[in-house]
Structure formats: C-alpha cells, structure tokens
Design a protein. Structure first.
Length: 133
C-alpha cells in the first residue's frame, strides 16, 4: 500500500489560471504530492480528484482549472503538474452573508476532504501505472 501524503504548500509558479480566476480570494490552499514513475503528466487525467463532478473550464501549461462554485461561493480548483509534483489548489471568494455562513462551516472540513481525495486519486493512478509496467 502506498503511504504518500499530501503536503500543504503555496500555489506553485504554474498556477496561473487559478490566480487569475478569483480576485482577492477569502481563502486559498494548495496540497502537493510527489509523482511516481509512469503517472500521468496531463492535469486532465487528475480531475478525478474532484470525482469528475466538475468539467475543466480552462487548461494550459500543465494546469487544469475547474469551476467548483456552489451556494453563492465563487470557488475554483486547479490541478498543476510540474516535473515532480501534482498540486491541488483551491481558491474561494464569498459573495454574501449566506455564502460566508456556508463557507464558515465547509472550510473546517475542506482541508481533510481535499487531502483525502488527493490520496485516493494518487493511489489509483499509481497502481494503474504500476500495473501497466
């Protein structure tokens, strides 16, 4: 069983789309994991981190951006791939008191869920790469 764990990081240099998507965000986070040999280097292959529920809004230079807005939140997620890491970035802007209330509850579980989804997808893709070899 793989024991890779996501590590909290700042937005990588390649996270240009998500930086442009939200003006003055109320919340941002990013988690990175090391890529294993044979794992996909195309960020679109990693959108399963979000359970394929959100289509890719834009893609360029190793980054895939998804609009994950809900409940009045202006929320975006991006997957950035560089030479050695995959990074899941999140950026949120609340627009009204209801969205601030909603985000006040959700942001407490967001880091746990983001890391758990990353681990699940990383494991799935690592095992697929190992089986393909």
């Amino acid at each position: 069983m793989l024991k890779d764990k996501p590590v909290a990081v700042g937005f990588p240099e390649g996270a240009r789309l998500i930086r442009a998507a939200v003006d003055r965000p109320d919340y941002q986070d990013a988690y990175a994991m090391e890529l294993r040999p044979g794992m996909p280097r195309d960020p679109a292959a990693w959108t399963g981190i979000l359970r394929d529920a959100f289509p890719i809004a834009a893609q360029q230079d190793g980054e895939a951006l998804m609009n994950v807005s809900t409940a009045g939140l202006n929320a975006w997620a991006s997957i950035v791939i560089d030479e050695t890491h995959v990074t899941l970035c999140s950026s949120v802007k609340t627009n009204a008191w209801r969205s601030r209330l909603y985000w006040g509850v959700v942001k407490r579980v967001h880091p746990f869920m983001a890391r758990a989804m990353m681990v699940r997808t990383h494991r799935k893709l690592a095992l697929a790469a190992r089986n393909a070899a």
